[in-house]
Design a protein around this ligand. Structure first.
Ligand SMILES: [Ca+2]
Ligand SMILES: [Ca+2]
Length: 203
């Protein structure tokens, strides 16, 4: 009975520990730059192989989704942001982030392509409103051991492009496997208790 209960508790623990974000600087809060400013260059966690580097903004042209800063693709020209993540082979991950068109910019200038492991997951764009309009984007991806997450500007290369904030990559919980284990563990414990009680009565 004890073994079954421990197995059940271990399964619950495994589910709760699975949700850790493995993206570094996914909120683009580092380095901190002054309010109302932007910077183009290198930032922790991310690399850029197109254009002049990554652009981050602190409330320069729109409100970030979280914290004080966001990332804009298309700094001086169409650019990208890449992060290599250590993943478990065959493990399913939940990828999520917030996307907003840059305010007052056409859909032809705002496109952002999203790649994971070299595969194009999505192309996002929209017509910019008066301020940011954030939309949560979610994808299910499978780890290969080491994978590159990449955001890449597309469309008109004109120093104005789509915004990204709050990037997360978390191992998917596995309730399909763990929950029956918990139910089985609880059921087994209840059955053992009933047997114990009935023995006591008849003794
Ligand atoms: Ca942020
Ligand atoms: Ca653009």
């Amino acid at each position: 009975m004890k073994t079954a209960l421990i197995a059940g508790l271990t399964a619950i623990l495994a589910v709760s520990q699975a949700n850790a974000n493995i993206i570094v600087n996914g909120g683009f809060e580092a380095p901190a730059i002054p309010n109302g400013s932007y910077a183009i260059g290198a930032i922790p966690g991310w690399t850029s192989t197109l254009g002049d580097g990554l652009e981050i903004q602190n409330n320069a042209a729109g409100t970030p989704f979280e914290g004080k800063q966001l990332m804009e693709l298309d700094g001086n020209q169409n650019s990208n942001a890449r992060q290599t993540v250590a993943t478990a082979l065959g493990q399913t991950y939940d990828l999520s982030f917030e996307f907003s068109p840059r305010p007052n910019i056409s859909a032809a200038s705002n496109p952002v392509e999203v790649y994971f492991g070299g595969n194009l997951l999505d192309t996002l764009t929209g017509v910019g409103a008066g301020n940011t309009v954030w939309a949560l984007k979610q994808y299910s991806v499978i780890g290969s051991g080491s994978d590159i997450l990449e955001f890449r500007a597309a469309g008109n290369s004109d120093s104005l492009g789509g915004y990204i904030d709050d990037v997360r990559l978390e191992a998917s919980p596995v309730p399909e496997v763990s929950l029956p284990g918990v139910v089985f563990g609880a059921g087994f414990a209840a059955m053992a208790l009933r047997r114990f009680k009935s023995r006591k009565i008849t003794a």
